[in-house]
Write a protein that binds this ligand. Structure first.
Ligand code: GDP
Ligand code: IMO
Ligand code: MG
Length: 441
């Protein structure tokens, strides 16, 4: 029987989803993106003949490095076509064949220049405590237009009269906001129209009905991976609103964002860092100081190379937050966890896990929904002894130091979700398999 597996981030993004999707893709015929846009930055490191090659993907699914695997961009993704074409060119210059096996939904709403301008001008206008720290790629404004039913979608690129009419309306709306609300320069119709009409022919051969393609692959008994971007705590509904992204990042979105029925999703893998990071604004109860040399936060930042893939910003770092993870487990229906970056904790004397928050004088083990309330929560930690030996690149559970095994078992016990994969390095094969999601009955 074929399987459809959803891989999502359970924290605030950058958990290592790309690495694990690539690793799992040796069992899959297709990988599907179903939300977000080029705000995502997914890193793959692949070693061949002793040489390591790093790939950074924004829109193209992380199956692209395995030849023969189809890569599908579902309707839930907001698409900057020019960015997609650049990403294709970079990968093709690296010798990968992309155009033959990349497929894009005609239903994706487009990101145009004015979305980017509005995103950046709004962010600049926010006061320091209100800054979301968006990636500035136009994601929020593009999703606003989708919900307001004024988006230009991929299929509109192929009818220049429709495109003209829709772009006129959309730019009227955007330029009013830019001029009167944000006091920012307006965007010219001709510039956007020329850009969109010039990319239309390049993307046209890749545009197919993604829902139908997924359905056909399933009919042929093929395994499919659904690759989430961002993470559940950045979800527009379930995250720390308004310090979130503008899409649903939870597993359920795999269904709506690609056009597969939820009853066809067999297994949900939650990618979870062995500690916590967050890039951008918003509450972060288990946050540590990352500047003090020699401190645990400093180690996470430096050893973990916690710099944003897209914006190069330093990521904030903190201890593993089991409270936040409980909400994530709940809203995603996790079947199993993959714990990544365990190696980054090597050498710490003590490792802490946030097990509860103190909120209004009581202990809670599920976070409040309101970001203001999360900001008032005081983290409560347990402490566990660390380990001296390196776990970097370890490939077998029994080769992990006993204290590292205990740390992982504690995470399982507190969250109630079994750990099925552990990642011990950025390279594809620096991975410990406990139970294979595609091989579970
Ligand atoms: P994604 O957005 O969830 O795909 O994650 P990113 O690629 O933005 O960030 C994860 C970073 O950690 C990347 O630089 C990966 O190469 C790296 N990485 C992934 N897994 C591991 C691991 O187990 N150990 C270490 N040291 N690095 C890892
Ligand atoms: P991947 O897929 C981490 C964050 C931004 C900001 C907020 C809103 O690589 O895990 P947006 O531009 O989406 O409107 O920004 O969301 N953010 C991410 N943080 N990883 C990501 O993607 C992110 N995508 C957006 O930093 O706080
Ligand atoms: Mg990332």
């Amino acid at each position: 029987m074929n399987k459809n597996i959803v891989v999502i981030g359970t924290q605030w993004g950058d958990e290592g989803k790309g690495k694990i999707v690539d690793w799992l893709t040796d069992h899959a015929s297709a990988v599907v993106r179903f939300q977000g846009g080029h705000n995502a930055g997914h890193t793959l490191v692949i070693e061949t003949n002793g040489k390591q090659k790093e790939y950074k993907l924004n829109l193209i699914p992380s199956g692209i490095v395995r030849s023969g695997v189809a890569c599908l961009i579902g309707n839930g993704v907001v698409l900057d076509v020019s960015h997609l074409l650049k990403e294709i060119d970079i990968l093709e210059a690296d010798g990968l064949n992309v155009r033959d096996r990349l497929f894009v939904s005609p239903g994706c709403p487009l990101i145009i220049k004015s979305h980017v301008m509005i995103d950046q001008a709004r962010e600049a206008a926010r006061s320091a405590t209100k800054k979301i720290g968006t990636t500035g790629k136009g994601i929020g404004p593009a999703y606003e237009d989708k919900v307001a039913r004024r988006s230009i979608r991929v299929y509109d690129l192929f009818n220049l009269e429709t495109l003209k009419a829709k772009l006129t309306d959309l730019l009227d709306h955007h330029n009013f906001i830019l001029k009167h609300q944000l006091r920012a320069p307006e965007v010219s119709f001709d510039e956007v129209f020329n850009e969109l009409s010039s990319v239309a022919d390049s993307i046209r051969p890749m545009v197919v009905d993604i829902s139908k393609k997924i359905h056909d692959l399933n009919q042929q008994n093929k395994n499919i991976l659904f690759e989430g971007a961002q993470g559940a705590l950045l979800d527009i509904d379930h995250g720390t609103y308004p310090f979130v992204t503008s899409s649903n990042c939870v597993a359920g979105q795999a269904s709506a964002g690609s056009g597969i029925g939820p009853n066809k999703l067999d297994y949900i893998l939650g990618i979870t860092k062995a500690y916590t990071t967050r890039v951008g604004g918003g509450p972060f109860p288990s946050e540590l100081d990352i500047e003090e040399a020699g401190s645990p936060g400093f180690q996470m930042s430096e050893v973990g190379r916690e710099y944003g893939t897209v914006t190069k910003r330093k990521r904030r770092c903190g201890w593993f937050d089991a409270v936040a993870l409980k909400r994530s487990a709940m809203v995603n229906g996790l079947s199993g966890l993959c714990i990544t970056k365990l190696d980054v904790l090597d050498g710490l004397d003590q490792i802490q896990i946030c097990t509860h928050y103190e909120f209004n004088g009581t202990l809670i083990d599920t976070p409040p929904l309101s970001a203001d309330e999360v900001a008032q929560c005081k983290p409560q930690f347990i402490s566990m002894p660390g380990w001296r030996d390196s776990t970097f690149g370890v490939k077998q559970w029994q080769d992990l130091p006993a204290n590292a095994q205990d740390y992982l078992k504690k995470i399982e016990a507190i969250t109630g979700i079994p750990i099925h994969i552990v990642s011990t390095g950025p390279e594809r094969d620096e991975t410990i398999l406990i139970k294979h999601p595609f091989e579970l009955s």
